[in-house]
Design a protein. Structure first.
Length: 232
């Protein structure tokens, strides 16, 4: 393995959903970095731990999943500094993140912080919409339909516009926006087919109907999938 930084997506939750390439690199590499909740668990590490070189040096960095951008940037600055220190010693470094590193992932924040001469390799991972679709045994998209992935943090006007021009949607980052999203999906004929998938592909996976959900928040690792029904 030639020296450099490997940004590895470890998939949505099931340790068997890592790619063969991810498993090979993790089994060979000498340094593995990842983020975790303060005084809590590290989701990406929990997925990948059985595939990591038993002699690897592990380094965890505290970060809230829903963090203020300033604080998050400070954490990524710290991770980048540590990566460069190891690379300057001629060592390889893997940074792992759940899902895919470039799909609402943290890999891009590290790419931007690397000098141009640093070798960076991206190892793609399976994303949460793919895993959620498999859990539902329902396609994300078919034929010439339009599929959109939308962050729930968009304002109502933006979300309505996007919803009205698609056939199938995945909505991420729902959290405390759940009731607002539920109302918007009802207005745009998505509510009938809307499903919540929590912790897709993991041992904690749970599927439920959005229509029946009465709570005020969803876990960070939850996604809503829906296909637009015909207007009544």
């Amino acid at each position: 393995m030639s020296g450099g930084l490997y940004l590895i997506g470890v998939g949505p939750g099931d340790p068997e959903l890592l790619t063969l390439k991810a498993v090979r690199v993790l089994g060979e590499i000498e340094n593995v970095f990842y983020i975790k909740k303060p005084k809590g668990n590290a989701f990406a590490y929990g997925i990948a731990k059985n595939h990591i070189n038993e002699n690897a040096c592990l380094m965890a960095f505290d970060m809230e999943m829903e963090n203020e951008r300033f604080r998050a940037n400070k954490t990524y600055d710290e991770i980048a500094r540590e990566i460069l220190l190891h690379l300057e010693k001629g060592q390889n470094v893997a940074y792992i993140c759940e899902g895919d590193g470039l799909f609402y992932g943290s890999a891009n924040y590290l790419i931007k912080r690397m000098p141009q001469h640093i070798k960076v390799e991206i190892i793609a991972g399976i994303t949460s919409p793919q895993a959620a679709s498999a859990a539902l045994k329902r396609p994300l998209i078919m034929g010439n339909e339009v599929f959109k992935t939308l962050p729930a943090i968009l304002d109502d006007e933006a979300l309505l516009s996007e919803l009205q021009s698609a056939k199938s949607v995945a909505i991420l980052k729902v959290g405390r926006h759940i009731q607002r999203i539920k109302n918007l999906l009802e207005k745009t004929n998505y509510l009938e087919n809307a499903k919540i998938v929590e912790y897709a592909s993991s041992e904690k996976e749970r599927v439920s109907d959005l229509r029946d959900f009465e709570g005020d928040s969803l876990p960070y690792f939850a996604i809503i999938l829906s296909r637009r029904s015909k207007k009544k």
